[in-house]
Design a protein around this ligand. Structure first.
Ligand SMILES: [Fe+2]
Length: 194
């Protein structure tokens, strides 16, 4: 039997304790990411069925699974990106921490550089592209640094753990078209396991 050193339950409980102390953003990210680093060290910390693309429906090469949701708003999900899977630039509407548990994912970050006076449009500039590997974490800082595009350029599925300050299903978010500048509002409607 496999023994998990740092479990999802322990992580969720540690995070709830941290959030209840109303930490500032620096403390939230410093402490939270040190725990997330421990969690993503061991893929066995989450059930195997949540480490594969869903394999059916409108996005068979992707998987999005809710793992924990608390009254504080804390949400922990597993996101699986199959080979070639892609998410166009979007924001989140809450803070987030994303850790790679298996394989690798390429993230491109964008800065919004327009004056926000033209409703429904935005001008984005590419800020940086990084490939994240197992054990590595990328942070989403609302309004400041959170617009990203995700790509799996590898030949096998990538597993990530996403941690958010709020349930994405209730949030109004935006998707950005880099060519036309158009902003499309969207909301996450469901996860593949619930
Ligand atoms: Fe995202």
């Amino acid at each position: 039997m496999t023994t998990v050193k740092y479990s999802l339950d322990q992580f969720s409980s540690d995070m709830e304790g941290l959030i209840s102390g109303k930490p500032d953003q620096q403390k939230l990210f410093d402490t939270g990411s040190s725990w997330l680093e421990k969690l993503i060290q061991d893929p066995n910390a989450i059930p195997e069925q949540y480490r594969s693309p869903v394999g059916k429906g409108s996005r068979p090469n992707h998987g999005s699974y809710a793992l924990y949701q608390g009254d504080s708003g804390l949400l922990v999900t597993a996101v699986v990106w199959g080979p070639g899977d892609h998410a166009s630039p979007h924001d989140h509407g809450t803070w987030g921490m994303i850790g790679v548990m298996d394989n690798a994912l390429t993230e491109t970050r964008f800065r919004r550089v327009d004056d926000r006076t033209k409703e429904g449009f935005a001008t984005l500039e590419k800020d940086r592209t990084s490939q994240f590997k197992p054990g590595e974490i990328t942070l989403l800082i609302p309004e400041v640094d959170e617009i990203h595009q995700m790509d799996n350029f590898t030949g096998r599925p990538t597993v990530e753990i996403h941690v958010y300050g709020d349930d994405l299903r209730g949030l109004n978010r935006s998707r950005y078209n880099l060519e036309t500048g158009e902003i499309t509002p969207f909301a996450t409607d469901k996860y593949d396991n619930c």
